[in-house]
Design a protein around this ligand. Structure first.
Ligand SMILES: [Zn+2]
Length: 120
């Protein structure tokens, strides 16, 4: 059973066969402090397929934050761990391929997400 979701639904998009939600929460929401280091501008809950964005940032910061969190979702799904690529160009390039495929999938299948990210 899915955990409770917080905040206001901004948009939904499919990724790797899952329906993801992007939700907006207050600046001090506990969901923004997943690592206990204080609330950030956004966070990605991989198992819940939810990305939370802080209401306390500008629209452009929210777009950047969403792109950052989606990147994390793609990396997690593709088993990309950049720390294993230190000084290994072939490994780093393979990781770039893996992440590129994720973005290509989003570009092909998520017009609402692309519109949101482009601010239109
Ligand atoms: Zn991050």
């Amino acid at each position: 059973m899915a955990r409770r979701k917080y905040g206001k639904l901004l948009l939904k998009f499919p990724l790797y066969g899952f329906d993801w939600e992007v939700r907006s929460v207050g600046v001090n929401s506990k969901v923004l402090d997943a690592d206990g280091k204080g609330p950030g501008s956004g966070v990605c809950y991989m198992n819940d397929h939810v990305i939370y964005l802080s209401e306390g940032v500008t629209e452009e910061q929210a777009r950047t934050t969403l792109a950052h969190e989606i990147q994390h979702a793609i990396e997690d799904h593709s088993d990309v761990d950049y720390t294993t690529a230190a000084d290994d160009e072939a490994t780093a390039d393979r990781m770039t391929d893996q992440v590129s495929r994720g973005w290509l999938m989003l570009i092909r299948t998520c017009p609402e997400l692309l519109a949101w990210l482009s601010g239109k």
